[in-house]
Design a protein around this ligand. Structure first.
Ligand code: F6R
Length: 616
């Protein structure tokens, strides 16, 4: 939920920390702070409530000395509201240790009481300060920051990544992690730490992900990783597959605008290396074994938010092509309701960040209860893939805007690939059907480019609707998850009350909401094909129009019947029934962004939200 960066090397900590925090700001943006040990060995800290720009401006007006060792933090408040006092770093009681934290220390109250009994004084209302005081105190006993960490971290319960520096030990940053992300960046004569690789990708693409309950000590020329007991552990280095430019706005007015335009590329890159002459092969599934893929009798997908809507969409293809029963569950509901699981259940998690705590806990629960786990993830080295039996990476590139867009299409495509892989292994689709679906997948990027060409018209529609205070989204069959995604995006970016409904459900209640002037987006399926639900959706449109609704339809090119029944029509290219929803979602992403812009809102950093929800 917070962004963390650490650096040790040359006298450039300030640049590294502020640059890293800029790239991590999507993780939290209600306060920010840094601590640097300067060339004279003095500890300099600065922290400010508000976005990172407040801290940067402050540092510009009243600079602090640069140094070779530093840590930086951008916060999404949990314990203690956003204020200068509660911003990180927090100091040990002698002011020599500075510490930053991502996560929640669940037993902080009893630890705080212990410190209060010893006469400690607290400057903030955070759980973090407890760790700062405990490690600061332990340092006085051990004289070594790594040992001080070791004596404290196993006492902390909950989720944490902690990073600290100590004035008496310049040239060292120590970190520990439990249930919260941490990655090392390996440089030449310098090393980095970050909540994710975005923190340091401007300097190095060599990275190492840190396992559960491990402590890391970085110096300019060395990296040591141990478990909490001090035993050295082996680590795997990986190369970050994107460069710093990918994490920059690159001339776009917002990250969200950039990422929507990257939807076609997100599909292309997710398909890359997974299409064969015969159809589809996902080599990552080799880790599970073909016998296992044949033996499973059910799939449960766990995810939250947009990832869960991508799962809802993917379910249509997965069931249809693999003939396996599929359920989609919100991760936080799944693990608390005693779900039936066994070794023949494959639990697939979907997470862009790979750090969503609810999903991580669902994956752990599934493994503990005998299921195998497969992660669909966009972030290399993240925790959920590390905790899973196998991983399919969606190579959508870094997603920085808080609202997920390109990840949705990449996740849907990854499930479609999974569905085709299963269909081949289990023999549930003929060669011709597989080839047909592969051709549909391959055609998606170009068709998505065509959809993006109507951005200006959608922006005009959004501007026309700036004063609306409620929008309903309807979809049927595979269009239903698209309606849900459209409603979520509008809520979170434009702060407009929005609801998504299955169009068939309308008459069972929601139609009571329709009154003259109510805006309703309808995802209309193609009229082509024997089993088309087009007529039924057009009937729904007629029902709501008769009651005064303003209907905005998303329909395929050439669908004249819709044009005659709707107030506005956004056109998408022709595609098969399972593929058109992937084209219908982009206009809704653009619509939400443009409406938020028209209302003068910050589309990349909506209020109250953070990109990775790393607390339950
Ligand atoms: C919505 C959004 C969230 C995330 C959800 C899961 O635009 O971004 O609903 O989709 O928090 O996040 P990941 O995919 O990182 O697990």
């Amino acid at each position: 939920m917070c962004g963390i960066v650490g650096y040790v090397g040359n006298d450039k900590s300030l640049e590294v920390l502020l640059g890293g925090l800029k790239r991590l700001e999507y993780r939290g943006y209600d306060s920010a702070g840094i601590a640097v040990i300067d060339g004279d060995g003095a500890m300099n800290t600065r922290k400010r409530a508000g976005k990172l720009s407040v801290l940067s401006d402050d540092l510009e007006q009243a600079p602090i000395a640069n140094g070779a060792t530093g840590i930086g933090h951008t916060r999404w408040a949990t314990h203690g509201g956003p204020s200068d006092r509660n911003a990180h770093p927090h100091l040990g009681d002698d002011g020599k240790l500075a510490l930053i934290h991502n996560g929640i220390i669940e037993n902080y109250a009893e630890l705080k009481q212990e410190l209060l009994n010893d006469g400690a004084e607290f400057e903030s209302e955070t759980d973090t300060e407890v760790a700062a005081l405990l490690i600061g105190k332990a340092y006085r006993e051990t004289g070594d920051l790594t040992s001080a960490f070791r004596s404290v971290v196993s006492r902390l319960e909950g989720a944490f990544t902690l990073l600290a520096i100590h004035q008496d030990e310049p040239g060292v940053v120590v970190a520990a992690r439990r249930n919260s992300p941490l990655v090392i960046g390996l440089g030449e004569g310098e090393n980095f730490l970050g909540s994710d690789v975005a923190a340091f990708v401007a300097y190095t693409r060599r990275a190492v992900a840190i396992g559960q309950d491990e402590i890391v000590t970085i110096r300019p020329d060395s990296v040591l990783v141990t478990d909490f007991a001090g035993n050295e552990v082996t680590t795997d280095e990986f190369e970050v597959s994107w460069n710093a430019d990918a994490a920059d706005k690159g001339g776009w007015p917002s990250f969200m605008a950039k990422e929507i335009t990257e939807e076609p590329a997100a599909v292309t890159n997710t398909l890359l290396g997974r299409l064969t002459e015969d159809g589809v092969h996902i080599s990552e599934l080799d880790d599970l074994g073909e016998d296992y893929l044949k033996a499973i009798d059910r799939i449960t997908i766990v995810a939250c938010g947009t990832a869960a809507y991508a799962a809802d969409l993917g379910k249509y293809a997965l069931e249809k092509w693999s003939r396996l029963p599929v359920t989609v569950e919100l991760s936080h509901e799944f693990r608390y309701r005693d779900p039936v699981l066994d070794e023949r259940t494959l639990v697939v998690s979907i997470s862009q960040s790979g750090e969503t705590m609810d999903t991580l806990m669902a994956v752990k629960y599934a493994r503990e209860n005998g299921a195998k786990t497969l992660s669909i993830c966009n972030t290399q080295g993240a925790t959920i893939p590390r905790e899973s039996d196998a991983v399919i990476y969606t190579h959508a590139g870094p997603e920085v805007a808080v609202a997920s867009t390109k990840a949705f299409v990449a996740q849907a495509v990854a499930i479609y690939l999974l569905a085709l892989h299963f269909a081949q292994v289990r023999g549930t689709l003929g060669q011709e059907q597989v080839q047909h679906n592969v051709a549909e997948l391959k055609a998606l990027p170009d068709k998505l480019e065509q959809v993006l060409e109507s951005s200006a018209d959608i922006a005009a529609l959004a501007r026309w609707m700036t004063d609306t205070d409620s929008v309903i989204f309807l979809g049927r069959n595979a269009g239903f998850p698209v309606a849900m995604e459209g409603a979520l995006k509008l809520k979170e970016i434009a702060y407009i009350h929005a609801e998504g409904f299955a169009a068939g459900e309308l008459k069972h209640g929601p139609i009571a909401l329709i009154e003259p002037g109510q805006h309703v987006f309808v995802v209309v399926p193609s009229p082509r094909g024997e089993n088309s639900l087009h007529k039924k959706v057009v009937s729904n449109i007629q029902e709501i129009r008769a009651r005064g609704a303003v209907v905005l339809a998303i329909a395929e090119m050439g669908d004249a019947e819709v044009a005659a029944n709707a107030d506005e029509v956004v056109r998408i290219p022709l595609a098969g029934p399972l593929f058109e929803p992937i084209l219908a979602v982009a206009p809704l992403h653009i619509f939400a962004m443009e409406l938020a812009k028209a209302k003068g809102l910050d589309v990349d950093q909506p209020r109250n939200l953070a990109k990775s929800v790393t607390v339950e």
